[in-house]
Design a binder for this molecule. Structure first.
Ligand SMILES: [Mg+2]
Length: 334
C-alpha cells in the first residue's frame, strides 16, 4: 500500500527539476512567483480536472493525465489567439497515491509545459477525498484577440480538425461502447491526449492586425460543438445555420457511428477551435494559413439560436435547437 507523500516533500520533489524562461524572475519556493512585466494585455484562465468526474486513473498513464490537465487550459488560451506564458498548479490529493505517481504526473505536466513554452512557477498541495488537478494559466495576447462576442451575420463558420472523436474515446474507456484495433486506439487517443490548437489560434488572431478589431470570433470546443457554438451566438447576439453534411467526421468516427451526428455535435472534449470569419476565405486557404485542417460548417445569421440543415438533420433527436443536447450530456457523459 502506497503512502501519500507529505505536502512539503511533494512540492519540493515536483518543483526541484523545473527550469524557467527569462520571463520568470522567481519560480517556485517563495510565497509568490514573480513574472516579468508583460509586453501586451494578459489572458488568465483556470480549469479543474476531478477524479471520477473528468478522468479515471485506470484509463491512462499519470503522465498523460498531467499533460491533459495543462492541454485543456492551453486550449482556452488558443481560443483567444494568445501565447501561454506561465502556470500555477493546485493538486488535491487523496490517500492511496504514492510519490511515484506524482513524479509521473508532474513529468507529464512539465513535458507539456515545456513543449508549449510555459513556465510552471508555483503550486499548492491539499488533501481531499478525490484527486483533482487545478491549473491557472497566464498568457499574452498578440496584436488582436479572438473573442466569443465578435461574430457577425454573414460570417462563415469553420472548425479545425474533426469533432466527436474524444466523446467516443471516453465511451470506449468507460465501457459504454465497443471498438477494435486502430479505430479504438485513435478514438481513445483523441480523448487522452488532446492537443491545444495554439498555433492555429495565434495565426487566426493575426488575420486581423487592427488592435481594436474584434474579429474573427472564436471558441474552443470543450463542451461539444453545439453548446460551444451556442456560447458564441449568445455572446454575439446572432444565429447560425449549420450544414449537417459539412460536420467534419474522422474515419474512426464514421466506422463507429456512420453519419449519426449526435456525438459530433453533443460530445465534448474535442479541444478543436470553432471560428467565424467574413466570407471570402476558402477552407483550403485557411487550412494552409492556420497549419491545421479546417472545414466550413455553416453561416452566421441574424436572429438567434442554431439550426441544423440538410443531410441527416431530420433524423437528429432531440430537435437540434440551441443547447438541445445538454440533457443528453448530463445523463450520459457525467
Ligand atoms: Mg474554452
Amino acid at each position: 500500500v502506497s503512502k501519500s507523500p507529505g505536502e512539503f516533500e511533494l512540492i519540493a520533489r515536483v518543483t526541484s527539476r523545473l527550469r524557467h524562461s527569462r520571463g520568470t524572475i522567481l519560480g517556485p519556493g517563495d510565497d509568490c512567483a514573480i513574472l516579468a512585466r508583460p509586453r501586451t494585455a494578459q489572458l488568465i484562465t483556470i480549469d479543474s480536472m476531478v477524479e471520477g468526474i473528468h478522468f479515471n486513473l485506470r484509463w491512462g498513464t499519470a503522465e498523460a493525465l498531467g499533460a491533459r490537465a495543462l492541454a485543456v487550459n492551453l486550449s482556452d488560451i488558443a481560443a483567444m489567439g494568445g501565447v501561454p506564458i506561465a502556470c500555477v498548479v493546485n493538486l488535491a490529493i487523496r490517500p492511496g497515491l504514492g510519490v511515484r505517481f506524482f513524479d509521473r504526473l508532474y513529468a507529464g505536466l512539465a513535458g507539456a509545459a515545456d513543449a508549449a513554452g510555459v513556465d510552471l512557477v508555483g503550486g499548492n498541495v491539499t488533501s481531499a477525498e478525490a484527486l483533482a488537478i487545478t491549473i491557472a494559466l497566464v498568457g499574452e495576447t498578440g496584436s488582436s484577440v479572438l473573442r466569443r462576442d465578435a461574430a457577425l451575420p454573414g460570417d462563415d463558420i469553420f472548425v479545425t480538425g474533426t469533432v466527436g472523436d474524444a466523446a467516443l474515446g471516453w465511451r470506449i474507456l468507460a465501457g459504454k461502447l465497443r471498438a477494435r484495433g486502430t479505430v479504438r486506439k485513435f478514438l481513445i487517443d483523441r480523448f487522452l491526449h488532446p492537443v491545444a490548437r495554439l498555433t492555429a489560434g495565434q495565426r487566426l488572431a493575426r488575420m486581423n492586425p487592427a488592435p481594436a478589431a474584434r474579429h474573427p470570433a472564436a471558441i474552443d470546443l470543450s463542451d461539444g460543438l453545439w453548446q460551444d457554438l451556442g456560447h458564441v451566438l449568445e455572446r454575439s447576439g446572432v444565429g447560425a445555420e449549420i450544414e449537417a453534411g459539412a460536420i467534419p467526421l474522422s474515419p474512426a468516427y464514421r466506422a463507429v457511428k456512420g453519419d449519426n451526428l449526435e456525438l459530433a455535435l453533443g460530445g465534448g472534449e474535442d479541444y478543436e477551435l470553432l471560428f467565424c470569419v467574413r466570407p471570402g476565405h476558402s477552407a483550403a486557404a485557411l487550412t494552409r494559413r492556420l497549419g491545421v485542417p479546417v472545414h466550413r460548417i455553416g453561416t452566421i445569421t441574424r436572429g438567434h439560436g442554431a439550426t441544423l440543415i440538410g443531410g441527416n438533420a431530420s433524423r437528429m433527436k432531440p430537435a437540434p435547437r440551441l443547447g438541445g443536447w445538454d440533457q443528453l450530456r448530463a445523463s450520459d457523459t457525467r
